[in-house]
Design a protein around this ligand. Structure first.
Ligand SMILES: [Zn+2]
Length: 153
């Protein structure tokens, strides 16, 4: 599968195309990024070619992939939670015409924990959904280590 990244003013855009016919899985450039977590193969709805993606389901991750995956996710959880929480706290501060930062501070703490809980479940869901999708996308094959050797006496 061909993927092209393009930096546009509003952030990162990605375009996933079929390697055979050029069909765009993302319908042109869409905001986003290619995650390490994803189905390993995707069938083109236009020409039915099975495209390899650069992603893998979680069960096929190497230890490096796991570290990379969790590091990226945790960074985003830890930054975004308190950010949105403190913004909410700031709103409450204005609403109550409060002079101290207690709402902003507690908003940041609540935001952090709420985001950890929400993401824990959404990442778990994402992992199992991709695991199932990958099983249906990949035709069953026997790898070398799965061969059953029978000895003849
Ligand atoms: Zn195609």
């Amino acid at each position: 599968m061909c993927r092209s990244h393009q930096n546009m003013p509003m952030g990162k855009y990605v375009n996933l195309k079929c390697g055979s016919c050029g069909y765009s899985f993302t319908h042109g450039y869409t905001p986003g990024y290619v995650s390490v977590l994803g189905v390993s193969k995707k069938q083109c709805p236009s020409c039915f070619t099975l495209n390899d993606t650069s992603s893998l389901p979680y069960s096929k991750f190497t230890s490096f992939d796991r570290i990379y995956f969790w590091f990226g996710r945790i960074i985003r959880i830890v930054i975004r939670g308190p950010l949105y929480g403190s913004l909410l706290g700031y709103g409450v501060t204005i609403l109550f015409d409060s002079q101290n930062g207690v709402f902003i501070f507690s908003g940041a703490i609540i935001g952090l924990f709420a985001n950890i809980i929400l993401n824990y479940f959404s990442i778990k869901d994402e992992i199992s959904r991709i695991e199932r999708e990958d099983l249906t996308a990949c035709k069953p094959h026997i790898s070398d280590k799965d061969h059953i050797y029978t000895s003849k006496d």
